[in-house]
Design a protein around this ligand. Structure first.
Ligand code: PGA
Length: 259
């Protein structure tokens, strides 16, 4: 049954690439996309300032456009913020919500994360909802309680139907950008726990459908370890998504392992 879930690999570019650099990335990616089309969902999440350029350069290529954050209001006096309709206007189909860098560096809380999840869904886009424990929580044996609390808070008030379409990304904070990844087995164990929590939140059929990614120092050299795990449905990739060859190679590895 696990194989019924289509893999989803998303590149989170964070604060990297001007629009010219972003266009060059797409030029490098385009000729290879055919090799994974229909077998995996690929998503690229550039910084806001490069979303339009990436969208233009992708044209009809089967790679979806995403954003790294959003504000929940439609419009108004919110200096510096970007609304869901603005992202829809640029062709975004996904929005990353609750990334640990937003939570840790920019004051994102479970409550604001939940408001953003609802706003993204209300505007017909897909959510990539990030959860993950700190090193301190892991050492204290509190990984599961920390992660599941974030899942429950993030999904509060979301219908079962909508929950089924959400992508969850389990990203242990100590593994992000550090070169230190969780083992495939470890990540699968936590992700299996998340899936069990989704059974309670939204029922068994939603838990079977919902896709849960691993993220944190995923790269071409270690992605197979995650791809072979039964509960992991893809990856949210930071640093290693910045080069087209590396991104496409990871998608090909994932497909190869799961077919
Ligand atoms: P990383 O980032 O792959 O560079 O560790 C992952 C993420 O933060 O989404």
């Amino acid at each position: 049954m696990e194989h019924a879930r289509r893999p989803i690999l998303a590149g989170n570019w964070k604060m990297f690439k001007t629009s010219g650099e972003a266009r060059r990335f797409v030029d490098g990616l385009s000729s290879h996309v055919g090799s994974v089309a229909g077998l995996a969902d690929l998503v690229i999440c550039p910084p806001f300032t490069a979303i339009a350029a990436v969208g233009d350069a992708l044209g009809s290529a089967s790679v979806a456009l995403g954003a790294q954050d959003v504000y929940w209001e439609v419009q108004g006096a919110y200096t510096g913020e970007i609304s869901p309709p603005m992202l829809v206007d640029l062709g975004c189909r996904y929005v990353i919500v609750g990334h640990s860098e937003r939570r840790q560096l920019f004051g994102e809380t479970d409550e604001t994360v939940n408001r953003k999840v609802k706003a993204v869904l209300a505007h017909g886009m897909n959510v990539i909802l990030c959860v993950g424990e700190t090193l301190g929580e892991r050492r204290a044996g509190a990984t599961e309680s920390a992660v599941l609390a974030q899942v429950r808070a993030g999904l509060a008030g979301i219908s079962s139907d909508q929950t089924a379409g959400i992508v969850l990304a389990y990203e242990p904070i100590w593994a992000i950008g550090t070169g230190e990844n969780a083992t495939g087995e470890d990540a699968n164990h936590v992700i299996r726990g998340i899936r069990s929590a989704v059974v309670e939140i939204a029922g068994p059929s939603v838990a079977e459908q919902i896709r849960i990614q691993y993220g944190g120092s995923v790269k071409p050299g270690n992605i197979a370890e995650f791809a072979e795990q039964p509960d992991i449905d893809g990856a949210l990739i930071g640093g290693a998504s910045l080069e087209p060859d590396s991104f496409i190679q990871m998608a090909q590895t994932w497909i190869g392992r799961r077919s």
